[in-house]
Design a protein around this ligand. Structure first.
Ligand SMILES: [Zn+2]
Length: 326
């Protein structure tokens, strides 16, 4: 017996408020991954407060997209037909639902200066915020707003900041492409070996002259994550001067971790030594996992296991390795 296929949503909902004085243009996105709904709920609360006059948008523009992947949201899962937060670009000939969303979302990103993208994560742990590269004129992710982006990251709340994602991802993709064998015609394989596949919402925003952060507000089902998302939105509105309330000061303590390596799962028999949680510290030489054939995977230096996914498919990211930034 087959279940009825889920009908595909036919629109993307957004809400824009224009302050009556000029100012920056902020975009706030929730549920880019459909099962990450803390941003959706925080946005819904704030929309009511703005409509009722409790919260006043005084300058600039803010647009809220409470459900950025409506198919994945309807399915209550991370992806619809693919991960919306990868390979973000307009396409002349859309191949899947996420391509069609990107064709609407990318112009929306283009029309704003700053992005706050609200996510949550699978395994427990404290919230953290992800930023892009340092200012650079390189080919992969040229950037000139590192100082503003760091200010934004610091004000969103979490004391842990993670940087260096696209750079690390691109190196992983390069290695993967070199190892790829016969499946060249396979779209899935083509996607995971394309360096542009690493471009999500914030990377796209930077590529268009803006800046933005990804805020990981907490575990998917943690009710506190909604409060983290709400606080971050209000802080961002205050920092950019869109509301009258000044933001609370940035936390005195902060920890900046740089992603330095991504390790793919090569085989379904590759296993972790234990149930890692993101940011679990590891000592140099400590065994993190074991390959199907018995070969241990050890920490190259003192660092941290980040984004471990014990259920990742063979040929895809298994975990990242991070070091404290000097
Ligand atoms: Zn996410």
């Amino acid at each position: 017996m087959t279940s009825t296929p889920t009908p595909h949503p036919t629109h993307l909902r957004s809400h824009t408020f224009h302050g009556l004085a000029p100012g920056p243009r902020l975009l706030v996105t929730g549920a880019v991954h459909g099962n990450e709904t803390c941003g959706t709920r925080a946005i819904t609360q704030l929309l009511e407060e703005i409509d009722s006059g409790q919260l006043g948008i005084e300058r600039g523009t803010v647009t809220f997209v409470p459900i950025t992947n409506p198919l994945a949201y309807r399915l209550k899962q991370r992806m619809g037909e693919r991960n919306l937060n990868r390979n973000m670009a307009p396409s002349a000939i859309p191949q899947d639902f996420e391509d069609r969303i990107a064709n609407v979302l990318c112009p929306l990103l283009d029309a704003h200066d700053v992005l706050l993208d609200l996510h949550s994560f699978h395994t427990g742990g404290a919230p953290f915020v992800m930023i892009g590269p340092q200012n650079n004129t390189g080919a992969l992710e040229p950037f000139g707003h590192a100082a503003e982006e760091m200010q934004l990251a610091l004000h969103t709340g979490p004391h842990r900041i993670v940087e260096g994602w696209l750079d690390t991802y691109a190196r992983g993709v390069k290695r993967r492409a070199e190892a790829a064998s016969t499946s060249a015609g396979d779209r899935k394989q083509a996607l995971v070996t394309d360096p542009n596949y690493g471009v999500g919402t914030t990377e796209y925003m930077r590529s268009r002259g803006g800046y933005g952060v990804t805020l990981e507000c907490g575990q998917h089902d943690d009710p506190a994550a909604v409060g983290v998302a709400r606080h971050a939105i209000l802080q961002t509105l205050g920092l950019l001067g869109l509301i009258a309330q000044a933001p609370s000061p940035e936390p005195a303590e902060r920890e900046i971790l740089r992603l330095v390596e991504v390790v793919d799962r090569d085989h379904a028999g590759d296993t972790f030594t234990r149930e890692w949680r993101s940011f679990d510290p590891v000592k140099r030489g400590e065994t993190i996992g074991t390959r199907h054939g018995g070969e241990p995977i050890t920490a190259p230096v003192d660092g941290f296991v980040v984004f471990p996914n014990p259920r990742s498919e063979a040929g895809q990211e298994w975990f990242y390795f991070a070091q404290r930034r000097a």
